[in-house]
Design a protein around this ligand. Sequence first.
Ligand code: BG6
Length: 485
Amino acid sequence: MGTKHVHTMVIFGASGDLTSRKLIPALYRLHLRGRLPHSTRIVGVARSKFDDESWRKQLAESTARYVGDKFDNESWQQFAESIFYCPGDINSEQDFIALGQRLSELEGQQPSDRVYYVATMPQLYGEAAAQLGKAGLADESKGARRIVIEKPFGTDLKTAQTLNRAIGQVFRENQVYRIDHYLGKETVQNILVLRFGNSIFEPLWNRSFIDHVQITVAEEVVVGRRGDYYDRSGVLRDMFQNHLFQLMMVTAMEPPAQYDADSVRDEKVKVLRAIKPFSGSDFANCGVRGQYQGYLDEEGVAHDSQTETFAALKFHVDNWRWNGVPFYLRSGKGMSCRTTQIVIDFREPPHLLFGDGDAAPEANRLVIQIQPAEGIQLHFQSKVPDQEMAMRLSQLDFRFDNKGSMPDAYQRLLQDAMEGDASLFARSDEVELAWKIIDPIIAAWRSPAAPRMHAYPVAEWGPAACSKWMAQQGRAWFDVCPVLH
Ligand code: BG6
């Protein structure tokens, strides 16, 4: 956009937790790094009765808390001058007209690029888009108008389609930015660089060399105060449909012809299209479900809840590259540690020259650690010195950064939304396809024919049945707490 454009980020749901915990700290950090576009204003909208001053004051406190020692009073004062508050109710047409007037006053006569960040309760996402349309606030004659939608994007295929339609009546697809904060994580983006910026990995990245792929998002936390939401959602909606699928897509996708939003998303969507839908006995055999012990006592959770807090699923990506290579996805709360990792398990060497012949040595493995520390670790065999031809597994580590200064995912995503780059946001077909895969599994797991729910103790790697299930397939989970620190 032209340099004379001013920029406005309008946040709906301004008094909510996400705004104070993630959005404002991320915008403040962008300000500190000089990354906010020319003349950026931030306008908060919510029903709470703040004015500019009282909202700034509250944000100063919360931001200082979340940003820690990077908080600097002087730079905050400077940043806070660009923060405004406009009370408003998503259901009130009048309030949107008032918002439009306030935005025009703040922006003056200059052309402006606006981002409307919808971080309200999910039930209001569609209404927010409709009201923006009615008030003429999506009109692009004076600059770009984009809408960012927080997750969750629907609770199943039908609700996601309804929401896509509601947004689509007001905004064109290229104005719509659906958040999945996993895509804002540096290491997730680094998978693309690792694969497509090097020539040594991609030739091996296929069925000829890879036995299987494991994607694990383990969380140490339990549901805590989110019991009410979580019990209606469960791990398949909360983590699989969005975050785990995103990780699977970037791992399995073909190289796009160029790096732009549509080329990247076209390739990601092809992965979802290639996933073989579960049918018949798959619902029972291609996954394991679990619930941590003590879940039923959590506040907001039904005493006889059948919601899973852990799941493992096996998917097949039916195309030339991946035929016969299972993708194992698993995630759970109350696990032994917090780690997100993608493990590429390579095939064993075709003929073993070394070792004692009894046990095959562990095959090569590439561990891509997304968090807590970010980096990769390559496992390979090497000779034990001074011991004939005995082998042992050795590691080669690459750590992205150890000074703790990696940007938060929201920083990158907010900046991209302001600059109009949608590569790291989900497209409408992507979210709908993801629901299409997950919905039948949820339905089967809620039916009387659901496979058994396995209870598991907190602080372990999920149910023991899950390790058994893997062993029956001749494989083992990589149950290792963060390999990189
Ligand atoms: C959110 C889920 O989308 O992602 C949470 O609703 C989960 O339940 C969180 O804890 C995990 O995100 P991160 O970035 O901490 O791995």
